[in-house]
Write a protein that binds this ligand. Sequence first.
Ligand SMILES: Cc1cc2nc3c(=O)[nH]c(=O)nc-3n(C[C@H](O)[C@H](O)[C@H](O)COP(=O)(O)OP(=O)(O)OC[C@H]3O[C@@H](n4cnc5c(N)ncnc54)[C@H](O)[C@@H]3O)c2cc1C
Length: 537
Amino acid sequence: MTDAVIVGAGPNGLVAANMLADAGWSVTVLEAADHPGGAVRSAEVTAPGYCNDLFSAFYPLAAASPFMAALDLERWGLRWAHAPLVVTHPIGDGRVVTLSRDVDVTAASLDAFAPGDGEAWRRLVAQFERLRDDLVAALFRPFPPVTPTLRLLRELGAGDALRFARFATMPLRRWAEEEFNGVGAASLFAGNALHTDLGPDSSGAAVFGWLLCMLGQTDGFPVPVGGAQSLTDALVARLQTAGGRLVCGQAVREVVVHGGRAVAVRTVDGTEYAAERAVLAAVDAPQLFNAMVAPEHLPPRLLDDLRKFQWDNATVKVDWALGGPVPWADDRSGQSGTVHLGGDVDALTRYTGQLAVGAVPDRPYIVFGQMTTADPSRSPAGTEAAWGYTHVPQTVRSDAGSDGLTGTWDEREVQVVVDRLEAQVERFAPGFRARIAGRYVNGPLGLQQADRSLFRGALNGGSAAIHQQLIWRPVPGLGRAETPIERLYLASGSAHPGGGVHGGPGGIAARTALRDAGVLGPLRRRLVRAANRAVYR
Ligand SMILES: Cc1cc2nc3c(=O)[nH]c(=O)nc-3n(C[C@H](O)[C@H](O)[C@H](O)COP(=O)(O)OP(=O)(O)OC[C@H]3O[C@@H](n4cnc5c(N)ncnc54)[C@H](O)[C@@H]3O)c2cc1C
């Protein structure tokens, strides 16, 4: 018997486990895969001497996360590295827009598209720096984050708070038109917003593009020295030092519920792990509520809401071993850790429009990572360990190209998307294909097989659309870590504040479990029961 059982050893499960172990709880983490880390892993899969990140690679959100900072992972060997430039976005006509940690460089890049856009950028950065601590505090609290919101209101004043709330609902294209004049700024923000499933014209996309750009400006897009695995290794080493137990190769099949309380979990081989105080499910919400918990323990309205749960797009991911640097048509792309490929903001609308109608895009948008440029330890000197992904629809209705893709995602279909992806890189870096010395590919089914929380490779534990955020994430009534079952908490990227490697949902769930076990626990549970009655009537 341990105090807490945590299901899933991704970043959220591991952050939660560390926090509970720090509080003196005995903790067991059960992980289905043979390795911990979830979507934070690396391995030598392309060619000898190349370390490739199998899923995530850049960690501005981890750098900004108060939960990660509190764990002091540097003491467990984590070191960060940065590329000379953060992001470059070739817009398709020979020009590129660049984000650098040096604000003068970013501003000059934007001014080259439209004089004055550099000054507009500086104003945004100054505002972000003023609001940053309260914004981050608000994001990393259970909903509603009362204290940081009051502080934000005081900082902004009522009028600007209203304007900020309007901004938070806006499509990116419209917001960029209001704030900037050049296509450089709009394309840079749109490329960043597309780290979610939100295109330039989706409500709420502006705030995501803005947040990643502002973090890129102030913190960069850091990568762990030695690969994404170093972040996981530090979390695991810290947990084990604190007495936590990690068991890999143990897929959980069922959360055992007695008298409305989670009391244990049962794995696929029938082993039962009892939990004295809490079960934290750091796995996707549909798996937890549709498969692990028997329906008789859940309100029918919750199950009905879950039928409306929206996954983010499916993904095709490629790792490359390159025999030399990427032969970019422009120099700045070669100095950037991340390069956004796909063209200007209009081209990105075309791509997201294809995804929206269920068509496999013919000219993909790619998040392209140059890992050796960011961290020279990733591959032999003079070479590049490169990383890239693009999205395909969750449900394929047609192929925008001429290959008749149907969404079976067999070897041929995945290869067609890889060919399109490499053709897109080649467009901005003629001669790219000739540098490929090794390739490792995962389509939607391969990504899900490697990490069963990545439904067809969906990166973010569910859509980041505004109707599935905050008090609606993952469904109405679950905007906090508590679930209708006492002592069962949702702790994955499906929960607020969502996908990305920052440990936010895990940290919030751990903090909630600790509070529920404290003296005010009975009162808190009564309040949650009352809220549940209101939502699930
Ligand atoms: C290709 C790709 C690129 C990405 N790039 C970035 C990036 O650059 N930066 C960034 O911040 N984010 C990125 N992300 C998103 C980020 O990796 C995820 O949002 C994050 O890993 C979510 O953390 P998590 O702990 O909630 O879930 P996961 O990391 O998915 O971990 C869930 C864990 O639970 C385990 N599990 C699932 N079901 C069970 C079960 N039944 N029993 C036991 N264990 C189970 C899984 O095996 C897995 O280990 C990327 C994701 C992908 C796939």
